[in-house]
Design a protein around this ligand. Sequence first.
Ligand code: BJW
Ligand code: ZN
Length: 238
Amino acid sequence: MVNLDQARERLARARSVAVLTGAGISAESGIPTFRGAGGLWNNFRAEDLATPEAFARDPRLVWEWYNWRRELIAKAAPNPAHHALVRLETAKPHFTLITQNIDGLHDLAGSGKMLKLHGDIWRLRCTECGAQWPDRRTPLPKLPPHCGCGGLARPGVVWFGEALPDGMMKEAEHAAESAEVFLVIGTSAVVYPAAGLVPFAKQSGAIVIEINTETTSFSPIVDFSFQSPAGELLPKLL
Ligand code: BJW
Ligand code: ZN
């Protein structure tokens, strides 16, 4: 596969690499993606569950969905794609992992510092006092959970219409801007501002390599687009 050899060579030569991951990287670990075949939002409407308005309307319903997903994720383990990114991190002097995933599988694989643009399903946050804490219990003993101050707790994730964690997009943009190679793995790249990193990296001069089982709207503008499962393709690329 000439293309694969070329992409492998570009990646091997790069000293500065940034990676953007999405739900597709965890699909081979058994976690459903949001969109596409088998996607979570074929069964649920995003605006019914992943918005601050939905939570204000019915916190228990939203928590039931998250509780179910926490149980599903708790049974999952990192796959060869998560592990390959740990090896890549070790091999490169400058490496930034930017993830939209809230499932914690990059942590479990052993990735170091990463930018979790959409938060973390294993963290809770108080809607009253703003306290944040880790909680890996599955199932949660009482829904909806509460903070020590008596306030209602929410999942530590970023919903539609909410700002990303302070300063994180700036850090992600800096990584995309300074990367020689930018890998885009398992994301439909329709959710902004994360999706904007792909054309931004390209315009900043990075070689952009996409790995996805399907084509996306960015496939025509990237340098290499591989339609393969990440767990199979990524280890071959390193
Ligand atoms: C495989 C595979 C295998 C399968 N191997 N590949 C127009 C322009 C710009 C912005 C907007 C706009 N209109 C609306 C907005 C705003 C909105 C937005 O982007 N909406 C779009 C839908 C249009 N964005 C926001 O609201 C963001 N905030 C914001 O803009 O704030 C502004 C602000 C500033 C200051 C103050 C206040 C506000 C926030 C976005 C938050 C997204 N949150 C979610 C939920 C997180 C919690 C949870 O999980 O419940 O994040 S939505 C959901 O989508 C989740 C994901 O991280 C995100 C992206 O999904 P992802 O990862 O791409 O997954 P899929 O399923 O879409 O794709 C999987 C892919 O994998 C597919 O392509 C498959 O083919 C592939 N695949 N198996 C490789 N084995
Ligand atoms: Zn509190």
